[in-house]
Design a protein around this ligand. Structure first.
Ligand code: SAH
Length: 343
C-alpha cells in the first residue's frame, strides 16, 4: 500500500489515469486530501464509488498523528511524528504573540554534521517523503493557528530537494493549502545545485546558514563548506535578484571568542555586499560535548550594531523551548524509542 497524501496534482493526475478514474478525479482527490483533510476514502463523497474502491485497493491516505507531545514553560510545543520505516522526526510549534511558527523536519537526522547541532550528531537515518513533511503540518493539533512555517527542524532540506519542493508546491498551490509563499522559509547550508531549484521552482523565503565570513573557519563549523562554498551560494542568491515580497535571511550564531568580533561583523558585511538580505543572529543553544559557547548579550548587541552601522538589518532571534530540547539545533531523535517515555 502506498500513501496518497503528499502527491502533487500532476502526480494525482497520473494516478487517476492509471486507475482509470474520471478526468476530474485528481482535482477532487487533492481537495479532499489537503483543503478538506479527509481521513478516509469513504468520505470522498463526490467521487464515484468505483473510483473510491479502486483507490482504497492500492492506497492508504497516509496521515499520521503525533506519537508524543511535550510542552515548554514558554509555550513552545514539540511533537514526535512517525516518518515511515526510517523512524521519527521532531516538529516544534513556537508561539510569539499572535504568531505560531511551525518548525518542521525534512530528514531523519542529517548528514551535514555541523559542529554545534544536535541533529548533526545523530547522523543521517533517512529521507522524508513529501507526505511525511506535510503531515507535520496537517496532523499538528495546533494546525488552525499556524501562521508561518519554517523548514528549520531536523535535516538539510536541500539534501532532500524533491520532497522539499513537492511539499512547498502543496503548501502554496490553489489545489493544496493555498498559503502565501511569504509564510514559508526554507533554511539551508547552501547545497548546490539544489539551491538553484529552490530559487527557481518556489517563491518561499530562503535562509542561508553562514556562521562565519571566513571559509576556513566556516568549514570547521559547517563541514559542508568544503564541497558547497558559501561564496557560490551567496553569488547565486545575489544574481537571482530576490526582492519584492520574497526575502533572503542570513543566519549567524555568534560563539564566544570565536566568530563574534567586530572584525567578523565587518567581514560578514563585505561578504554580503550587493545581496538584499537580513541577518538573523541566533543565540547558541549549547549541546553536550561541543566545545563552543554562546557569546554574551553585550557582544551579541555589539555585533548587531556593527552590522547595522554597515547598512544591514540585523535581528536577534528569541530562543524558545530549550527546556524541552525544542530550540534551534536541539532536535534529535537519537534516543527515541517508539512508544517509550519522555527523553
Ligand atoms: N540544515 C538547515 C536547517 C536546519 S537548522 C540549516 O542548517 O540551515 C536551522 C538553523 O538552526 C540553522 O541556521 C542552524 O545553523 C541553527 N542551529 C543549529 N544548531 C544550533 C544550536 N545548537 N543553537 C542555535 N542554532 C542552531
Amino acid at each position: 500500500m502506498k500513501d496518497l497524501f503528499g502527491n502533487t496534482l500532476a502526480e494525482l493526475r497520473s494516478i487517476a489515469a492509471r486507475l482509470d478514474l474520471p478526468p476530474f478525479a485528481a482535482r477532487q482527490i487533492a481537495d479532499w486530501l489537503y483543503a478538506k483533510g479527509a481521513a478516509d476514502f469513504a468520505g470522498m463523497t463526490n467521487l464515484p464509488r468505483a473510483a473510491r474502491e479502486r483507490l482504497a485497493a492500492e492506497y492508504t491516505i497516509g496521515r499520521a498523528a503525533p506519537a508524543r507531545r511535550a510542552e515548554s514553560r514558554d509555550g513552545t510545543l514539540k511533537y514526535l511524528f512517525p516518518a515511515g520505516e526510517n523512524g521519527f522526526v521532531e516538529t516544534a510549534v513556537i508561539p510569539d504573540g499572535e504568531r505560531r511558527t511551525l518548525c518542521l523536519s525534512t530528514q531523519v537526522g542529517c548528514r551535514r554534521a555541523c559542529r554545534f547541532c544536535a541533529t548533526g550528531r545523530q547522523g543521517f537515518h533517512g529521507q522524508l517523503g513529501a507526505g511525511a513533511i506535510l503531515n507535520q503540518y496537517a496532523s499538528c493539533p495546533e494546525r488552525e493557528r499556524i501562521t508561518n512555517i519554517v523548514f528549520m527542524g531536523m535535516g538539510e532540506p536541500l539534501d532532500n530537494p524533491d520532497a522539499t519542493l513537492a511539499a512547498l508546491e502543496v503548501f502554496t498551490a490553489d489545489w493544496g493549502y493555498a498559503m502565501s509563499p511569504t509564510r514559508l522559509t526554507v533554511s539551508t547550508v547552501g547545497i548546490r545545485p539544489a539551491l538553484g531549484r529552490l530559487i527557481a521552482e518556489s517563491r518561499c523565503h530562503i535562509a542561508l546558514s553562514v556562521h562565519s565570513p571566513f571559509p576556513e573557519e566556516r568549514r570547521r563549523l559547517v563541514p559542508a563548506e568544503a564541497a558547497h562554498p558559501m561564496a557560490a551560494a551567496i553569488s547565486e542568491l545575489r544574481e537571482a535578484r530576490i526582492g519584492g515580497q520574497r526575502r533572503v535571511m542570513i543566519e549567524y550564531i555568534p560563539f564566544a571568542d570565536y566568530n563574534d568580533s567586530p572584525r567578523h561583523a565587518a567581514a560578514l558585511a563585505r561578504l554580503l555586499r550587493g545581496l538584499r538580505c537580513r541577518v538573523n543572529l541566533i543565540p547558541f543553544n549549547a549541546i553536550p560535548g561541543c566545545d563552543l559557547a554562546p557569546t554574551d548579550p553585550a557582544r551579541m548587541a555589539a555585533f548587531q550594531a556593527e552590522l547595522e552601522r554597515r547598512g544591514f538589518v540585523a535581528t536577534i532571534r528569541k530562543s524558545k523551548g530549550a527546556d524541552i530540547a525544542a530550540a534551534c539545533g536541539l532536535l534529535s531523535t537519537a534516543k527515541t524509542t517508539p512508544g517509550a517515555g519522555g527523553k
